[in-house]
Design a binder for this molecule. Structure first.
Ligand code: TXD
Length: 326
């Protein structure tokens, strides 16, 4: 087939809306534009701020060698026709706070953001980033009424990247050579799977003793808090933005990458009606497949403990959801 310059295919630039132009949102906008993946609409409730950030990012285009448009706005109408909507709006953790302390404050923000964004982008795939992640993803799913394969939460890619980093640092190897997967909820109960971690195919159990692996697993569980404690104001954002960008990329470019994401389960892993981190194949239509790993009893039990905790917070969140939509 000949390719005509006037073909609509050539004119269409994918569009990603990022709701919440704070640390994670603005860094994500930068990554998406500079990787030349899509035009970006940055939306925030603070007036002027997203427009300022967008202009700043636009002024870097000539230097960073891309031609993507970045729009900053307070108006959801400007997000219309987005292919992907990422919600990062909400409060980050302060020192000593758990992710669940954020539940009440962020539930209202996420429900409002999701309900407004879906009106203008009914065909979009939604990625939720706001904490507490697994619960916020469920609330956003309810608020949008989306089929469950078109909405997911980002956490597992980040938690896995942290475990990979600690393994690479311990062994003195290139982080690119390390592969690991962390399942479960985004919190202290997350389920790292060292049994499945490798350095270019070599299981880490061949390279590290059990005590060292346990130390790295614990550091991963505490990975977010370690950064909050050091920063004192705000939480991690560079690696969270990179991790979200990987998901956006796999969707927009239909890469079908196998990534741990918070997905809606309907019987997989013996769990029902819950969003929790499991390996999924991500492509242009969203979650193409939830992959069920053969977990050992301890891993499966740990996943179920996570699910119980998420469920408890979900029940509280459901009340909040009912209150804000009444
Ligand atoms: O792995 C993960 N899922 C996470 C999640 C990793 C890192 C950060 N994680 C969570 O993302 C964090 O706990 C927060 O709940 C969110 C956003 O973190 P960020 O560090 O970006 O917070 P900021 O810098 O405070 O930015 C939040 C922005 C800020 O600009 C607010 O003005 C805006 O959200 N905000 C809103 N935007 C639109 N609409 C509404 N209602 C709104 N309320 C606040």
């Amino acid at each position: 087939m000949s390719y005509s310059p006037s073909s609509p295919k050539m004119c269409h630039s994918p569009r990603v809306t990022v709701v919440g132009a704070g640390k994670v949102g603005s860094t994500l906008a930068q990554r998406i534009a500079e990787k030349n993946l899509a035009d970006v609409v940055l939306l925030d409730i603070v007036e002027g701020m997203p427009r300022g950030l967008a202009l700043d990012l636009m002024e870097a285009r000539g230097i960073e060698l891309h031609n993507r448009r970045i729009i900053g706005t307070n108006d959801y109408a400007e997000t219309s026709g987005s292919d992907v909507v990422v919600i990062t709006a909400g409060f980050p953790r302060k020192p000593g706070m758990t992710r669940d302390d954020l539940l009440v404050a962020n539930a209202k923000i996420v429900v409002e953001a999701a309900s407004k964004a879906i009106v203008y982008s009914p065909e979009a795939i939604f990625i939720i980033v706001t904490n507490p992640l697994d619960v916020m993803t469920y609330l956003a799913w309810q608020a949008t009424g989306l089929p469950s394969d078109r909405i997911m939460g980002m956490a597992g890619v980040l938690d896995s990247a942290r475990l990979e980093t600690f393994i690479a640092m311990e062994l003195g190897v290139c982080p690119q050579d390390v592969n690991a997967m962390v399942l479960g909820s985004h919190g202290d109960l997350m389920v790292p799977l060292p049994r499945y971690a490798t350095v270019n195919g070599v299981p880490i159990t061949e390279l590290l003793d059990a005590a060292t692996i346990e130390r790295l697993v614990q550091r991963t569980r505490n990975g977010g808090a370690e950064i909050v404690q050091l920063m004192q104001t705000g939480s991690a954002f560079f690696a969270p933005a990179s991790s979200t960008c990987v998901m956006v990329e796999s969707i927009l470019l239909n890469q079908s990458r196998l990534l741990p994401v918070a997905a809606y389960l309907q019987g997989e892993y013996g769990l029902n009606d819950i969003f929790i981190g499991v390996p999924c194949r991500l492509g242009r239509s969203g979650i193409e497949k939830v992959v069920e790993l053969n977990l050992c009893d301890a891993e499966r039990d740990a996943l179920h403990i996570c699910a119980r905790e998420v469920r408890k917070n979900l029940d509280r969140a459901q009340e909040i959801f009912a209150a804000v939509t009444r």
